[in-house]
Design a binder for this molecule. Structure first.
Ligand code: GCB
Length: 618
């Protein structure tokens, strides 16, 4: 409660005086960042569900009934539910409801739910183990967009934001033996959500990522992280939670490299500062060396695999481990290959996508657009050696003047950063995508940029900006005219000359750019649609030939941009978008992929792969 009040005050002040909530206020109550190494119970599988079009689980006709039948059913203790033996009349009987696989998006699970946007109730029954004085938590990796969580008839928490994890303690609500978990998932978006109602991707609804029951001791390591500092030292912190959290010895072992110890303060926090270890092999895309790390404190221990590298900017260069690097990238949406994809990133699916990027395109970098991708993808990027741009869906436009919306953005960003700050692959946090310039919008993004720096001073801050076309001395130039630029380490722009607008492809190499001469610039997007297999019809838009020529000409333009430090063309693979309804070429798909939706390479794929091969050889 105190945290919440602090936030409300901070948010109110922000509106009036430009102050953002502090980083510490934004730390979620529980993180369990090392949960893959913990004693967990995976709750994946078939969950029963029922759609709730009139949202009766959340509201009912005011002043008529105190509780809807849905609410009465949901709020029953397991024992009471069993006792009434299925004879009571609830209308929302999830015991007998149809089932679908969790994790998964309902849009791809059932044809009749393809365009359903609203509230669905899910139920899963499970057995739990005795806690023996320990604690238990539910960790949801993502629910899109709002989640209302009930265990054994008791509300245990809510969450807003479709792409970041949340943890709810269930120690007291859990029943040794049978448990009934009910989750209301509301996929609807509005003017105050992030993103808002219209995007250029599919806002899949559902429990889209894994749910796990996590068992911990009474006092446990909630979060621990390490990173390499510019001077070669390794710094980090660990947070203990629980009755014995204060003044505990804490140990960290980096296998084959170093060990260190520290003591927690009154709040359960310990910091590490480890002298530059001899023999450290730095992580890079060419050599993605990960070290096994073990943290131990108060009888608890967790593991992680961490790579150590530095990232910085110097003049117009991006430096990885002190050396200039050109980011040979591609943008990626979170959709697996196949004709009916959903946002359900399994390890094989993520591996296949990243493999195509790294070994098919010869890339060293991926823009994970337009929201935090699955944890499995980030862990694989670490393991396979791909640098990552990460962003939250502050996309096109949100309610810039609304402190409550800013609060959501900062909280979402905090959840993403706490989740991924031990991933060497993540080098850049983006604070927005293509947001039209205005004073409230720039204030909003500036607060986000300050928030990122407070939460994670070790990485770069960027944003995908819009460009301006204008005449300078009678000459047509493309310029960055955005006051947000001053808040960023790396400038990034989306440019679609040659696709949208009237430029011919032949004009692209000669386009004049007016950009700061001493700062790194990346092309965060460029692209053109092509329907896979549509060829030999002249150089028309939507043919593979047009897309191929578009890539050749845009890459020639890029070669003439002296400050260019990287690119992530739009996009690896065709993806579903309700905005793309051209009846011949799109049919619900954005066709800017270099791969078709099923993974067939279009001609332009080879152009980019050759270009990157050449860049890598330099
Ligand atoms: C953009 C957006 C991206 C769209 C893309 C397009 O600038 O950032 O989300 O999908 O353009 O295809 O127009």
């Amino acid at each position: 409660m105190k945290k919440f009040l602090t936030f409300l005050i901070a948010a109110a002040c922000w509106g009036a005086a430009g102050i953002a909530a502090s980083a510490e206020d934004l730390r979620p109550a529980f993180l369990l960042t090392a949960s893959p190494s913990r004693d967990t119970q995976d709750l994946s599988g078939q969950w029963t569900y029922s759609k709730d079009l009139y949202r009766t689980g959340l509201n009912d006709i005011n002043g008529w009934v105190a509780k809807s039948r849905m609410q009465r059913y949901r709020d029953l203790d397991v024992a009471a539910l069993e006792a009434q033996g299925g004879t009571d009349f609830f209308e929302f009987d999830l015991d007998r409801g149809p089932a679908m696989a969790v994790p998964g998006a309902w849009n791809a699970a059932r044809p009749e739910l393809r365009y359903y946007d609203g509230l669905v109730w899910f139920q899963r029954k499970f057995q739990s183990k005795p806690l023996n004085g320990g604690r238990a938590f539910l960790r949801f990796e993502a629910v899109n967009y709002r989640a209302y969580v009930y265990l054994n008839g008791k509300e245990i928490g809510r969450h807003e934001g479709g792409f970041t994890p949340f943890v709810l303690e269930v120690t007291d609500a859990l029943r040794e033996g049978g448990n009934r978990l009910s989750v209301g998932v509301d996929s609807s978006h509005d003017a105050q959500t992030i993103p808002t109602v219209i995007t250029d991707w599919d806002l899949y609804g559902g429990i889209t990522r894994p749910v796990r029951l996590v068992y911990t001791p009474a006092t446990f390591i909630d979060d621990a992280t390490l990173s390499l500092k510019p001077d070669g030292r390794i710094a980090g912190e660990l947070r203990l939670q629980g009755p014995q959290a204060a003044r505990q010895n804490v140990n960290v072992t980096i296998a084959g490299l170093a060990t260190a110890s520290a003591v927690t303060d009154a709040g359960g926090r310990a910091v590490f500062d480890i002298a530059a270890p001899a023999g450290l092999q730095r992580w890079s895309p060419d050599s993605p060396r990960l070290y096994d790390v073990r943290y131990a404190a108060a009888g608890d221990a967790v593991r992680d695999r961490i790579g150590f590298r530095t990232i910085a900017v110097k003049g117009r260069q991006i430096l990885l481990n002190g050396k200039p690097i050109f980011l040979r990238g591609i943008s990626l949406h979170e959709e697996e290959f196949g004709p009916n994809p959903a946002r359900n990133m399994t390890e094989p699916a993520a591996r296949a996508l990243l493999h195509e990027i790294k070994h098919g395109l010869n890339a060293n970098y991926v823009r994970l657009s337009h929201y935090p991708h699955s944890e499995v993808t980030l862990r694989l990027a670490d393991e396979m050696g791909l640098l990552v741009w990460s962003e939250i869906p502050v996309y096109w436009s949100v309610d810039w003047d609304n402190p409550a919306v800013l609060r959501k953005a900062l909280a979402m960003q905090a959840e993403a950063i706490y989740r991924d700050r031990s991933r060497a692959s993540v080098v850049m946090w983006s604070v927005g995508n293509e947001t039209p310039v205005s004073a409230p919008r720039t204030r909003f993004h500036s607060a986000m940029a300050d928030n990122v720096r407070a939460l994670d001073p070790t990485r770069l801050v960027s944003a995908a900006l819009l460009v301006e076309r204008r005449k300078v001395n009678g000459e047509d130039v493309t310029a960055i005219d955005d006051p947000l630029a001053g808040k960023l380490d790396v400038l990034a722009v989306n440019t679609y000359a040659g696709w949208y607008g009237s430029d011919t492809l032949d004009a692209l190499p000669g386009l004049k750019w007016q950009v700061p001469p001493d700062r790194p610039l990346i092309l965060s997007e460029f692209g053109a649609d092509a329907l896979a297999g549509y060829r030999n019809d002249g150089n028309k838009k939507f043919t593979e030939e047009y897309q191929t020529e578009y890539y050749r000409k845009t890459l020639a333009m890029a070669d003439a941009m002296p400050t260019l430090a990287g690119m992530s063309p739009w996009i690896l693979k065709d993806f579903q978008s309700p905005r793309r309804e051209h009846p011949v070429f799109q049919n619900g798909w954005n066709r800017k992929g270099l791969l078709s939706e099923t993974g067939v390479r279009k001609q332009a794929f080879g152009v980019l792969a050759d270009y990157y091969r050449g860049k890598a050889a330099k």
